[in-house]
Design a protein around this ligand. Sequence first.
Ligand code: G
Ligand code: G
Ligand code: MN
Ligand code: NA
Length: 254
Amino acid sequence: EQQLRMAIRPGADLGLQLYLQPKVDLRCESVVGAEVLLRWHHPEKGMISPADFIPLAEESRLIIELDRWVFQRSCELLRDWQRAGRPVPSISINLSARQLQEPDLVDWCLDQIKIFGLQPAMLELEITETAFINLSDQVLEQLHALKLAGFHLALDDFGTGYSSLTYLRRLPLDVVKIDRSFVADLCQDPRAATLLKGVMRLLDEMGFGVVAEGIETADQSNLLQRIRCQLGQGFLYHRPMPVGSFVELLDKAP
Ligand code: G
Ligand code: G
Ligand code: MN
Ligand code: NA
């Protein structure tokens, strides 16, 4: 924890790095955006997965600082791309639930957007379903304020929380990300396929964008397309990659 704190100090270069996982249009495989995923190349321990250090950070306010560090580094990226005259793809950032309990969250985000000369709509904020176990008025208010400010909101890991349908009804969402456990079962389990087909129709009628996560096989992708899911992420297309590789990928595109 102490080392993580050091790593996000201004000017520190202690191995924390943004990776980007491209989000693609399943029909033509073109890159339409990316999700920012944190990586930590620890000086002695090697690569540490966020699955290991995010839960540690979530035990204290460190997660607030860590997510804000990611937010700022992501803004920096967008600003650099914008300055270089590149078309700027939409970027998604994971926000921990604790962040939604910070009274200054919306003002802080808007300040950063202003400092970096960006528009809120360039960023999509992903909030995991499991974060909403107690959906307080304060959290709802924050989400509405973020949405009103122009940020796009995505519900992450859809289908794994305690009250998925309630979230769809009450949260001001733009995008729903189908959890990869549904995608994993799609081709083996007819009930998973039927379920997802119905869910897709529901999400479509409610006007949400949908992104399928964890697509690993062409069969999964084909089935997803048949049930009208158009966007996805997964190892079949691209693994999370360093920023330089992502830029190369964009440059290679026709
Ligand atoms: O990239 P990977 O699959 O290893 O990520 C593991 C978990 O860590 C995922 O649930 C992902 O959402 C989470 N995660 C990755 N980067 C960040 C981040 O910057 N902030 C937060 N809050 N979670 C992240
Ligand atoms: O919780 P969240 O959806 O933000 O986490 C994304 C995580 O999923 C990251 O850790 C990323 O590395 C991982 N991931 C991305 N694509 C795939 C995939 O196709 N298969 C698997 N198993 N994991 C994936
Ligand atoms: Mn995510
Ligand atoms: Na997810």
